[in-house]
Structure formats: structure tokens, C-alpha cells
Design a protein around this ligand. Structure first.
Ligand SMILES: [Zn+2]
Length: 489
């Protein structure tokens, strides 16, 4: 047990006294047993206070008491403008959201981004009146958000600001301009840069281009977070690239939502975890996060090959409407293209479910295969027609695809919705892996945390109320052996 800390002398009685807790304070220390006394809304004393007077006393009976949790992977970049109280996170014990993931942030602002966000601006009344990252952070600050935000600047966003949706290498001048944006963001308080290399336009960038930006981040002591180039067939090469970037740019790497997508790739994570361990052994600080779901969710447009995204959304619709182009898209999605991962070929339309479709709510919860069969059309054509119809609608389309097990593919409908169909998730957690919600419920993440040990282990997570999650957390042999669990504030 750790020695008692932070004991302050106080003569008056406490308003609330929490006794017999196990304190996990986020400093990286192991837990220690102590009581916490509150006066008003503030913590007054931490120590052995059991004999002190208090208006109200709660016996925690060994439960963990912590300042809050960090949700390592969210896309809550605009949520504070709509719900600055962030209650969907606060009620789950989350006190810090990491935003700007997967290569996409809300600054630097560009005409392209502004246009793309126009439906959101209209629906939620958000005024996109910032340009730089610093201005965006200042605007967030002015919203008086109730939780902490740790923001990445998105490399895809930076690239769009400088090069639009161009699928080519940058000129020297363009590269310098991108580096300038990254430097501005770091000066303003960004935690690092993120990429989403599976997506366009982030994935239009080659390794060297990313290393150049990562070096700027490294000079500010920031980190590199990456949704890697492929999470299924090319998983191993993609993890290798992420490690190379960290190694050559000299900065820590966070591999986002680490997984092996598509049944034929299951099990590859053992190899990639080994690669990460090996890299750590030679001094490259690489960590990963997972979400506690058996499925992931993304936009339907993301199924399309990168070249289809060149020049933006109007061009996508044009291509989908052109017979020849449509055939080529279909062929590329079936056959694959070197350097690009075809999620449809990995998972199959029968494991790809529409989770949000504002124009056709009746599609929600059904697979593309099922809907296509019902309409008597080819699933590719069904998806393409749906895209033509819905691209640019306020909410867009969201899909869930299966990840790690064949049954029960479904997850997120909105950032706060609960999904009764959430299946049990099986996953591995080890010392280099942390857990994030990716905008969903955090409790399953807590369960994963609870069961994590220094050794690799296959885990089963069940849906549970937060209270049970916390006590599961408490049962962990050494919860602090997992990185970044507890908010330090
Ligand atoms: Zn991602």
C-alpha cells in the first residue's frame, strides 16, 4: 500500500466522506487505499479520514475512486458546439476526450471543409467561423466544455487545406505549407498529428510526406496517431509503416483502433502486437488502442477506392453515375488495388450493415446484401445508387462492418445512442493497448481494462452498467499496468 498522501488539516466536518476507496490517481502509481473528504463540490482531503465527522458518508468497500477516464479515441470534434456539457461522456466517467483522430480535424478550415460541413452547420447551428487550429481551440474554449479535450490536427484536413482533393505528391512549396499548418496547430496546443491513411485524402499521402509532418510534431514533443493504411489484408505492412514513421520522425506512435478486419485476417493482431513489442524493445514508443466492439462504423463512401474520391464529392457522384466508371469501381472493389484495402472484398456485403440512413430509415439495421436481394439488384449497384441519392445529406450514411467475429455486426448509430444489439466483444488487451469508445459507450472499455494484464490474453467483454464496470476494473490485478487509464487533472 502506498503511503497516505495529500492529507490536509481540516477541522470542520465534511459534506461528503467517501471511505474505504482504492485511489487510482492517474499519476501512474499503483492504487492505494484511502478516504476522500469533500466540502461543497471540492475535494478537501485525501487520507485516513474514517473517524472524521461528515454530513453524509459512503462506504466504497474497496471500489476504485479515480478522477475520471480518458477516452483515447473519439470523433467528438464538433459535439461540444451542440452539447458542451458532454453529459453522455461525463455519466460514463469520462473526463477527457481525445479528438481530431483518423486524419480529420475541424481546423485548419478550408473552403472544401466548410462546404462539406454545411449540412451540419445548418442542422446544428454551428458557425464555422474559424480558420486556424488556434482559432478552433479558442472557439472550443469559449463553449465552456465540461470535459477536457486533447486535440490532434488531422493530416487529411491539413492536406485538403493546401491541396484540395488532389491525388498526387505535394510540391516542395505545398509540403512547406502543410508543415506550417502543423506547426501552427502544435503552437496552439495540439497534442500531435493524426492520419487516416485508409481514407481519402489522407491516404493520398505517401510515407515520406507523413514523416515530414511528423518531424514537425516531434520538434514540439507531440505524438503521431494513426488510422493505418489497412486493417485487414495489408494490416502487417500498415503497422510496419506506422512504426517506421515513429522511428524515423522520432516521436511516439499511437495505432488507432487496432484490429484485424475480415474473417480471413483474424489472428493477425498477434503478429502486429509482436511487431509493436519488438519496436518498443528498440526504443520506438508505439502503443495502440482498441474499441470494445465486434464491428466498426464508417461512411459508405469510404468503401470506394481512393481514385473515386479525387476532386471531392461531386466527382464521386459523377463517377458512380457513369456506366464505365461504375464498372471499374466495382472491379477494383472486388479485385483490390495495390496499396488500397477493399473492405467490401474483405468482409462481404452480407456483413456490412446500414446503421444510419436518413433518407431510408427502414434500411437501418439491415445488411446491404439483404436489401439488394430484396430489391432484386446487385449489391454493388444497390450501394452505388444509395450513395448517389444520399451523398451530401446532413447525416450521410453510416455502415458497420464486422471485425473479429462472424456474428452480431452492429454498433454505433449516433454518438450517444445505445444499441440493444451490441454483442459480446472478444478482444485482446495487453500492456501496450488502451481502450477507447470511438464515440460510443465507455463501459465495455472499462471491462476490457479490468481484464487486461501484462500478458496477452483473450478476453470476453459483456455489456454492463458503469458501476459493474468499475468493480470489474477494481478486480484487475494491477490496473495501472495499462497506460492512459486515468485522467490526470
Ligand atoms: Zn479511424
Amino acid at each position: 500500500m502506498k503511503p497516505v498522501k495529500h492529507q490536509m488539516n481540516s477541522s470542520e466536518e465534511f459534506d461528503l466522506l467517501l471511505v474505504n476507496g482504492r485511489i487510482v490517481d492517474g499519476t501512474g502509481n499503483p492504487w492505494y487505499r484511502a478516504d476522500v473528504g469533500l466540502k461543497g463540490e471540492r475535494i478537501d482531503s485525501i487520507g485516513l479520514l474514517g473517524s472524521e465527522d461528515a454530513k453524509r458518508r459512503i462506504d466504497l468497500d474497496g471500489l476504485v475512486l479515480s478522477p475520471g477516464f480518458i477516452d483515447i479515441h473519439t470523433h467528438s470534434d464538433l459535439t461540444p458546439f451542440v452539447a458542451p456539457e458532454a453529459d453522455s461522456h461525463v455519466y460514463q466517467g469520462v473526463t477527457t476526450d481525445v479528438i481530431g483522430n483518423c486524419g480529420g480535424s475541424q481546423a485548419p478550415m478550408s473552403d472544401y471543409l466548410k462546404e462539406r460541413q454545411r449540412p451540419i452547420a445548418e442542422e446544428y447551428g454551428i458557425e464555422f467561423d474559424w480558420n486556424t487550429f488556434g482559432e478552433y481551440l479558442a472557439k472550443l474554449e469559449s463553449m465552456k466544455v465540461s470535459i477536457n479535450l486533447a486535440a490532434f490536427v488531422g493530416q487529411g484536413t491539413v492536406r485538403t487545406a493546401v491541396m484540395g482533393m488532389e491525388n498526387r505528391q505535394p510540391t516542395r512549396g505545398e509540403l512547406e505549407e502543410m508543415k506550417g499548418h502543423v506547426a501552427e496547430a502544435m503552437e496552439a496546443g495540439a497534442f500531435g498529428v493524426s492520419t487516416g491513411l485508409w481514407y481519402a485524402p489522407s491516404g493520398f499521402a505517401g510515407t515520406e510526406e507523413i514523416i515530414e509532418l511528423a518531424r514537425v510534431v516531434a520538434s514540439y514533443g507531440g505524438i503521431y496517431a494513426t488510422h493505418i493504411r489497412g486493417e485487414g489484408d495489408p494490416l502487417i505492412e500498415a503497422v510496419r509503416e506506422a512504426i517506421e514513421i515513429g522511428d524515423r520522425a522520432g516521436l511516439p506512435v499511437q495505432i488507432s483502433h487496432h484490429k484485424a478486419m475480415g474473417m480471413r485476417n483474424w489472428g493477425k493482431v498477434h503478429e502486429t502486437l509482436r511487431m509493436m513489442e519488438e519496436a518498443r524493445g528498440r526504443g520506438v514508443e508505439v502503443t495502440a488502442d482498441v474499441y470494445a466492439w465486434t464491428a466498426n462504423a464508417t461512411g459508405l463512401t469510404a468503401m470506394l477506392p481512393h481514385w473515386v474520391h479525387e476532386r471531392g464529392r461531386g466527382a464521386i457522384i459523377e463517377r458512380l453515375g457513369d456506366r464505365e466508371a461504375r464498372e471499374r469501381i466495382k472491379e477494383d472493389m472486388i479485385e483490390g488495388i495495390p496499396g488500397w484495402e477493399s473492405l467490401v472484398s474483405e468482409c462481404g456485403w452480407d456483413r456490412i450493415m446500414i446503421t444510419r440512413s436518413p433518407n431510408h430509415e427502414d434500411y437501418e439495421g439491415r445488411t446491404v446484401q439483404e436489401l439488394a436481394e430484396k430489391g432484386g439488384v446487385d449489391p454493388y449497384d444497390f450501394a452505388f445508387d444509395l450513395l448517389i441519392e444520399c451523398t451530401g445529406s446532413p447525416q450521410g450514411l453510416l455502415l458497420a462492418t464486422e471485425l473479429v467475429r462472424p456474428r452480431g455486426t452492429i454498433v454505433l448509430k449516433t454518438t450517444t445512442a445505445e444499441n440493444p444489439q451490441l454483442p459480446a466483444a472478444r478482444w485482446v488487451v495487453d500492456e501496450i493497448t488502451v481502450v477507447g469508445s470511438r464515440c460510443g459507450r465507455f463501459e465495455p472499455a472499462l471491462e476490457l481494462i479490468a481484464q487486461g494484464t501484462l500478458k496477452l490474453r483473450e478476453l470476453i467483454s459483456a455489456r454492463m452498467p458503469l458501476s459493474e464496470g468499475v468493480s470489474a476494473f477494481q478486480r484487475a490485478q494491477d490496473p495501472t499496468s495499462l497506460k492512459v487509464l486515468i485522467d490526470v487533472q
